[in-house]
Design a protein. Sequence first.
Length: 368
Amino acid sequence: MSLTNKGKSKDKKVRSKKSAGREWFDAILFAVVAATLIRGLFIEAYVIPTGSMEKTLLVGDYLFVSKVNYGARMPITPVSFPFAHHTMPLTGTKAYWEGIKWDYRRLPGLGEVKRNDVVVFNFPMDADAPLSRPVDKRENYIKRCLAIGGDTIQIKDARVFLNNKPAEVPVFGEKYYYVKSDGTDFNPQAIDDLNIEAQRSSADEYIFNMTAADAEIIKGWANVKSVSPYIRPLNEFDSQIFPHNPSIKWNADNFGPLIVPKEGWTVKLDSTNYSVYERVISVYEGNTIKKVGNDILINGKKTDSYTFKMNYYWMMGDNRDNSLDSRYWGFVPDDHIVGKALFVWMSWNTKGTFFDKVRWSRLLGGIH
């Protein structure tokens, strides 16, 4: 005879209901983690604070930057306050802790940095005192990549040459022009309509910061006698220009040629290029380098060559005479690359009136 149970006893699990405070905490924690992953691995929003990329990008443009295109960079300084880049709001203290540092690694991306890409990167000079920030906590900059590792770049009379050929000119790039009038004043509204920055240098001469297309328009004005680009002369030394060496007489409009370092490339070092590659070898690749007489010592050993460990890039702003870029501080290392600028999702004109604060024509516009 078999025995059967007419009823089965069920274990009842008693779950305590979450408090409202706990539910809020869980929701906020999930949102912070999700947002951090999205911003770190996929896409992040930025705003343009300066005019160095005008008129490709305007002050007040809000844009999305893809981390996927070049591959997301893994955190180098992983312990940091969420949504604060390098400085805590209100207190002004560090938003990160340097007690833990990870080696530079990058996830596989859709491609590599290409010439003419508009790129967000960490400002290399923040490595120096007094800031001395770690790589991923250095200030974010945005410029156009003009040259990649292995390229030879040169600037002749403000025209960029890449591997001995004229480089592509940004359609909306700006430059200073001398504008000479017949002595009569220009119509301020006409200048504002073209969004041109104008400074008067004499009774009949002005300096306009404008695109080449705007310059052609200005030439047609009745009171304009001449329009000519402002170009610094050849062999005029500018101490602000990289590599800041008086024996290398370069300026912002006449510069180079120089070769952008590439991973695996071995350069023959000598007195003529020592100042060009010294910072790369020491600051970005972690070696000690110095000159002793005519000898070059790297990590205490005499050498006449060096093989680079990373790829480097040459970045310049489209607003050529109003941009702090590679002409002033040199190469951008691969581990400083943040992502590729995709499109403008909002554009806010701080100088506009109530009805034209939003630049509607720029919304969802791609960045080229």
